[in-house]
Design a protein around this ligand. Structure first.
Ligand SMILES: Nc1ncnc2c1ncn2[C@@H]1O[C@H](COP(=O)(O)OP(=O)(O)OP(=O)(O)O)[C@@H](O)[C@H]1O
Length: 681
């Protein structure tokens, strides 16, 4: 067997060797002939140009074609042979020589391949194409990439904005409506309210009021205390002193006046006690004769006292809460205290939640007050008491009585089998959120925390320029270019820090700066400046050359007890005090009509602070002057701040020379000495 197979293998091998030998012979013969032909034609065919192709294909004139064909066949054979050779001999043949193609001089493949290697593949193109007389088409030249222009700040600011902000309603600040006319805003107010407004000397509605009142009151369905469809929330940005308080007080008083049972239906949150007192006075003035009960919670009184003012029944646990008041005005800290510690204090009946000075309040996160308040206005998914889940409502003390539940909270009483009908009570709270500020935040994360429902934005424009287009108005809001009252004049004085007290005395005695609020950076500087000023006045009066009555001033800051603060503020309101030197405690919201000047003795650190400080004057259409004293090293920062807010041109620079200050110098030096003595004691 082994022998037979060996013989077979030998015969197979010898026949294949024979075939290969014949083929090899044919190949070698062809090769010799080719070599001969090449040698014979070597000299003339070395030239390039149109004949270059013939080098490989022979140049036998008419026979050229036949020769090419023959050569092609031969090439195929050659490939077969060479493959066999490779297997047989175990050696590799050199790669086939590339044919040369004819190119115009400037498009020689070598030159092209150097620049653009892909072009070298043109050698692989079929023979017909290679013989085409037309030069290969040049590749299209693409333009070099160029850097696009960076989008402007404005474009970036508008990107990804909430639709509600983009569609904000711009309100012309000049728009006022007489209360007696048949205008939309005026016609919505009851005769009682109109009469009350007239008694208070208010004869027209301001721009912000003409926009907000119709939005909250024109739809009859929206005038109910419990709504089937949840209401739209609103965000209002309007300059200082433009009447934002009345814009929410009027609709709240009007709508709540229809209530029968007293429940806590309006909650107004403000950042300071002083503002709570001020807003309470406005509510009381407007709601006079309406039997609405108004309460406050600020921590000014004891907790037990406040509890007794807010809640009627604290012995029985009532699921619907028990309220002695319809409207609560409070600071956020005390509100949380009552949510945590006052039995039957409930926000489930809230129809309005007002967040005034919204940007300031949203920046305060203590005890997560906002989330806590919002969750108290919403019905919870899970019944609050495990006893109620099983529906075992008994008369035990620990089980709350399902009394006075708001419609949206009814489902938490599981003792009632629930069958869904067309007359189902609403499951959503009727609480409408109203946000107000002269410097409304555009911070999306802060706004998102409020969980606003389909909000409507109102932007009352300032006076610094003509009424803007929709996009410009939105941009102002988004880029925090705050609007100022039209009647405000702004000045700045750059001076050395050691001269600041003198410049202030100069303003008071030469420019008649009285009925003024003077803002300092801290409670401590407030007290120090008042002392220095008092010593200065004593020295000035006692000196022979300076005559006249002394300026009366007081310090007002958080260092004082609330009762002392109230007394000082009352004296200033009654104009018994000429100048109130204060910290930023009253830079927001405080409304004192006779303030004709505001002096920032220490420069405000940011634009928001500047807007609110200067906004203590020029309110409700009255004129006012704002003066900012800038130390030389602060000038650049202050100017940049104004520039970014597009407000630099509105602030006039005023110069005070040494000659202006000279008459006051002696008294000032005297006062400084006395101040040093006082502090060293
Ligand atoms: N329609 C009106 N007619 C006359 N006076 C008005 C009217 N509305 C409001 N006022 C008065 O304008 C003054 C400023 O109003 P308000 O305090 O509401 O301003 P504001 O917009 O809340 O300012 P701020 O942003 O500084 O808190 C108040 O004295 C108020 O009584």
């Amino acid at each position: 067997m082994a022998l037979a197979s060996a013989v077979n293998a030998a015969s197979t091998s010898s026949s294949s060797t024979e075939t290969k030998t014949k083929a090899k012979k044919r190949y070698l013969k062809a090769k010799r002939e080719r070599r001969k032909t090449r040698r014979a034609t070597a000299a003339p065919s070395r030239g390039r140009g149109d004949d270059g192709d013939r080098e490989d294909e022979g140049e036998e004139g008419d026979e050229g074609t036949a020769s090419v064909n023959e050569h092609t066949t031969e090439t195929v054979k050659r490939v077969e042979v060479s493959e066999g050779d490779c297997e047989h001999e175990g050696t590799r043949r050199k790669p086939k020589k590339r044919r040369r193609l004819s190119f115009p001089e400037e498009q020689h493949p070598a030159a092209v391949a150097e620049d653009e290697p892909e072009l070298a593949h043109q050698e692989e193109t079929p023979a017909d194409a290679r013989e085409s007389p037309a030069p290969p088409a040049a590749l299209p030249a693409f333009p070099l990439p160029s850097r696009p222009d960076a989008p402007s700040k404005a474009t970036l600011a508008l990107q990804g904005l909430d639709k509600a902000i983009v569609e904000a309603e711009l309100v012309d600040p000049r728009k006022t409506v007489p209360i007696s006319t048949e205008s939309e805003a005026s016609v919505l107010l009851s005769e009682k309210t109109k009469k009350r407004l007239q008694e208070l000397g208010i004869t027209e509605l301001f721009a912000v009021q003409t926009a907000v009142i119709p939005f909250l009151m024109s739809d009859q369905k929206q005038r109910r205390l419990y709504l089937h469809d949840p209401p739209h929330d609103i965000c209002v940005s309007a300059p200082t002193g433009s009447g934002k308080t009345l814009a929410y007080v009027l609709p709240i008083v009007e709508l709540l006046s229809s209530r029968v049972i007293t429940r806590l239906r309006a909650l107004i949150v403000l950042p300071t006690r002083d503002l709570v007192t001020q807003v309470r006075e406005t509510f009381e003035a407007l709601a006079k004769g309406r039997s609405l009960k108004i309460g406050t919670a600020t921590g000014q009184h004891s907790f037990a006292h406040e509890q007794s003012q807010l809640v009627a029944d604290r012995t029985l646990r009532l699921q619907g809460g028990s309220s002695k008041i319809d409207i609560l005005i409070c600071t956020p800290g005390r509100l949380i205290d009552h949510l945590n510690g006052t039995p039957n204090f409930s926000l489930q009946h809230l129809r309005f939640l007002v967040i005034d000075e919204a940007d300031k309040l949203l920046a305060q996160s203590f005890q997560d007050w906002l989330a806590r308040v919002l969750s108290a206005t919403r019905p919870s998914e899970i019944p609050t008491s495990p006893d109620l889940v099983s529906g075992v409502a008994s008369s035990t003390d620990s089980i709350p009585t399902p009394d006075g539940l708001a419609p949206a909270f009814l489902h938490i009483f599981h003792g009632i089998p629930h069958v869904r009908t067309d007359f189902d009570e609403p499951k959503e709270t009727s609480c409408q959120k109203l946000l107000f500020s002269a410097t409304l935040t555009r911070d999306p994360s802060k706004i998102a925390a409020l969980n606003l429902r389909d909000p409507k934005y109102f932007v009352v424009q300032g006076s610094s320029r003509e009424i803007a287009t929709q996009q410009e108005g939105v941009l102002d809001l988004v880029m925090e270019k705050f609007n100022m009252p039209a009647t405000l004049l702004e000045h700045m004085i750059v001076c050395e820090s050691s001269q600041k007290p003198l410049v202030l005395f100069h303003l008071v005695h030469t420019h008649g700066v009285k009925n003024a609020l003077v803002f300092t950076k801290s409670a401590e500087s407030t007290a120090r400046l008042v002392k220095l000023f008092e010593f200065f006045e004593l020295s000035r009066i006692s000196s022979t050359e300076q005559q006249g009555s002394a300026i009366v001033l007081s310090a007002y800051s958080s260092d004082l007890a609330p009762s002392a603060r109230k007394e000082i503020l009352d004296k200033f309101k009654n104009q018994e005090t000429h100048i109130l030197v204060c910290s930023d405690l009253i830079s927001r919201g405080i409304d004192i009509s006779h303030v004709s000047h505001v002096v920032s003795y220490d420069a405000p650190v940011d634009m928001r602070k500047y807007v609110h400080r200067v906004g203590r004057t020029a309110r409700a259409g009255r004129t006012g002057d704002a003066w900012t004293l800038i130390e030389e090293q602060e000038a650049r920062h202050f100017k940049n701040m104004l520039k970014e807010a597009n407000h630099l041109n509105a602030v006039k620079r005023m110069r005070v020379s040494d000659a202006d200050l000279a008459p006051l110098k002696r008294s000032y030096e005297d006062a400084l000495t006395k101040l040093k003595e006082a502090y060293s004691r």
